[in-house]
Ligand binder design. Structure first.
Ligand code: RIB
Ligand code: CA
Length: 329
């Protein structure tokens, strides 16, 4: 199999952890390393959480690199209110005794690895590490094979303000630098934003199905998502929780899951619209597209991929997915 080399840049984070599980369960991917940025949780906490997930997946061989401890310009604002005091749903799992974060800073790993070419990035948090890479070695950034980012939004309302999604709101200057650099380099980011991720809701029924098929995996997911489910009930009266990040990995694995359009996009860095992705869908600015903006998602296709991978079962053995989804429609 011609495995795709990828780096996962993330801020674990509950949904980041589910995304890492999906990536590690997918033989098409060769995960070269995990780079962590401050975001949902402070960077050192996030790195430890990555270590916990790797340990659960029996993949402690994958190196974890700590990156940016705060945004490029703005004051760091975490999302521990959503992800719990430990950043992993207050599961309070121990960091594995044999886990150690690499000495090398994330930006150096990114520059060295991406500089060789042929490596993609799946970005699941604020884009600070990628912005630091641009500042250090913009040529290496330009060699990214595919850049898929969970972030932003087109028509869907924000989750940090009326118009902004957390990853691009927490470090809007980094997001703007990434989008503007892509524009200069004639590159393209695949923006997996709230318009599509909001359709991916892990419900108690789906979690019960996962647990029936694999009590260990179901138990782990239950442990790290309970807090997140409570948060969604309290703030959105939603039964379940939106798992944003796994959709970015799923799209990398199966380009048929999402559809959308190409457009020139920029990010507002300040003021009331801080972090807003301004998507020029009507081509007012007459500028070449630097983003593929996803607006439609095949929810059924996602769940079949997600469950077949994390449960390592052939898709045909997952006969209840469709009836569960039908009930939830
Ligand atoms: O807005 C949702 C995104 O912000 C997700 O990636 C979540 O993990 C947080 O990083
Ligand atoms: Ca994230």
């Amino acid at each position: 199999m011609n495995r795709k080399k990828v780096i996962i840049d993330c801020d674990p984070g509950i949904d980041d952890s589910l995304a890492i599980m999906l990536a590690l369960a997918s033989p098409e991917l060769e995960v070269l390393g995990i780079t962590v940025t401050a975001g949902n949780a402070p960077v050192d906490m996030g790195a430890g959480n990555a270590g916990k997930v790797l340990d659960f997946c029996h993949r402690s061989d994958i190196p974890v690199y700590a990156g940016a401890g705060q945004p490029l310009v703005k004051e760091y604002i975490n999302a521990l209110d959503t992800h719990g005091a430990d950043g992993l749903g207050e599961s309070f799992l121990d960091v594995p005794k044999d886990f150690h974060v690499q000495e090398k800073p994330a930006v150096e790993f990114l520059a060295e690895t991406l500089g060789k070419g042929g490596v993609s990035v799946i970005a699941l948090g604020p884009l600070t590490n990628l912005a630091e890479l641009i500042k250090k070695d913009s040529q290496a950034f330009g060699k990214i094979e595919r850049l898929v980012s969970m972030g932003g939004n087109f028509r869907s309302h924000g989750n940090c303000s009326p118009v902004a999604e957390y990853n691009y709101w927490e470090d809007p200057d980094a997001a703007a630098l990434v989008f503007r650099t892509l524009s200069e380099q004639n590159g393209r980011i695949e923006m997996v934003g709230l318009d599509v991720t909001r359709k991916i809701v892990l419900t108690p029924t789906m979690l019960a199905y996962i647990s029936r098929l694999n009590p260990e995996t179901g138990g782990f997911i239950r442990k790290i998502t309970k807090f997140y489910m409570d948060f969604h009930w309290e703030w959105e009266h939603l039964i379940g929780c939106v798992i944003n990040d796994p959709l970015a990995v799923a799209q990398f694995l199966d380009p048929e899951i999402l559809s959308g359009f190409d457009a020139y996009t920029d990010v507002q860095t300040d003021g009331i619209a801080r972090g807003e992705t301004v998507v020029d869908s009507m081509r007012f600015y007459r500028r070449p597209a630097n983003a593929r903006v996803y607006t439609q998602v095949d929810v059924r296709r996602f769940w079949h991929l997600f469950l077949s991978r994390i449960l390592s079962r052939p898709d045909g053995a997952l006969d209840l997915i469709d009836s569960i989804l039908c009930e939830e429609e």
